[in-house]
Design a protein around this ligand. Structure first.
Ligand code: GDP
Length: 323
């Protein structure tokens, strides 16, 4: 494969080249890994940066409807939009809900949109690493906004917040009691909470839910990366396309403020350090996957379980054999 040519085509914004490159970064093959690294280094020089928006919510809350309406609105403003998924449930089933053709039908027909289903890998860490590289590819391809979607299952929000500049939490209108259902840790990650389905019969409930969350957000510890009034809760309707422009205005004003205050840059720097650390850990663990290392692990394991070697001494032996 001609990596330089693939890189140039991505820089020209060719969607097929982008799709091919994402397949490359998702591959587990060692030669593909080397090519992917070469490609990413080549593209890192483009200096292009997208706004990376993380979006989470439980199934049925309206994520795909929201992404479609919101994405169409952004495209209407002349922006290019990429949608990626970090989906731990599809990692389990091996399929992908985003692969479902009925999702985001309008958006998927737009030439300024790029939608990529979640990679089917066996663990969240692996999916996250590949998604991070897919984001870098979308950035190089000149997408203005990259939406990173995840189904809310606790751990996946944390991963997505490590991948994005800004985190949106999508919630459904609900009675006051259900406010307890959202874990504090997840609320603390949100920059904007969107109460979706604020239309028809649900409108009044949505307004109340929104006020409840606004109150709850005010009780959270103040974060240095927030200007006055953030994080905030807003009611929207993805179906009726209400409140989406307002949400976008808030996203932009938050981003502008963070850029001026330097928080945007320091967040990206912290994320880069985090992912460097993850890469090293991952590579170290991969060294235990060789046949030789596995055999030695098994042998030391037996010695430890028989009490012939202490766990610490066995670990030391194991590590000594790796360097
Ligand atoms: P996802 O599982 O989070 O991606 O949710 P979907 O986007 O598939 O939406 C789940 C259901 O909620 C669908 O029947 C949608 O039509 C409905 N839905 C999504 N957004 C809205 C909205 O703004 N208002 C109303 N009333 N229904 C919505």
């Amino acid at each position: 494969m001609d990596i330089a040519d693939l890189g140039d085509r991505i820089l020209r914004g060719e969607r097929r080249a982008l799709a091919r490159a994402i397949t490359l970064v998702e591959s587990q093959r060692e030669d593909h890994r080397a090519q992917a690294t070469e490609l990413l280094s080549h593209l890192a020089q483009s200096g292009r940066q997208s706004l990376r928006i993380g979006l989470s919510g439980t199934p049925g809350v309206g994520k795909s409807t929201f992404i479609e309406s919101f994405g169409m609105m952004l495209i209407g403003q002349g922006l290019r939009v990429a949608v990626l998924a970090v989906d731990p449930s599809s990692a389990r089933s091996g399929g992908s809900i985003l692969g479902d053709k009925t999702r985001m039908e309008r958006l998927s027909r737009e030439k300024n949109a790029f939608i990529r289903p979640s990679p089917s890998q066996s663990h969240l860490g692996g999916v996250a690493r590949r998604t991070r590289e897919a984001i870098a590819l979308c950035e190089a391809a000149g997408y203005d906004v990259v939406l990173i979607e995840t189904v809310g299952v606790g751990q996946s929000e944390t991963v997505v917040s490590e991948l994005s500049d800004l985190f949106l939490l999508l919630l459904a209108p609900a009675g006051g009691d259900e406010l307890q259902g959202v874990k504090r840790g997840i609320m603390e990650m949100a920059d904007i909470i969107l109460i979706n389905k604020a239309d028809g019969d649900l409108k009044a409930t949505a307004t109340r839910t929104c006020a409840d969350y606004a109150g709850a957000l005010r009780l959270l510890r103040k974060r240095p990366q927030d200007p006055e009034g953030f994080p905030k809760a807003m009611a929207v309707s993805a179906v009726e396309e209400h409140g989406l422009d307002k949400a976008w205005t808030e996203i932009q004003s938050l981003t502008d403020w963070r850029r001026e205050a330097g928080h945007w840059q320091s967040n990206r720097a912290a994320q880069a350090r985090y992912w460097f650390d993850q890469e090293v850990r991952h590579a170290l663990l991969a060294r235990l996957e060789t046949a030789q290392a596995k055999a030695q692990m098994a042998q030391l394991d037996a010695e430890v379980s028989q009490g012939r070697l202490s766990p610490a001494a066995a670990a030391e032996k194991m590590l000594a054999s790796l360097v």
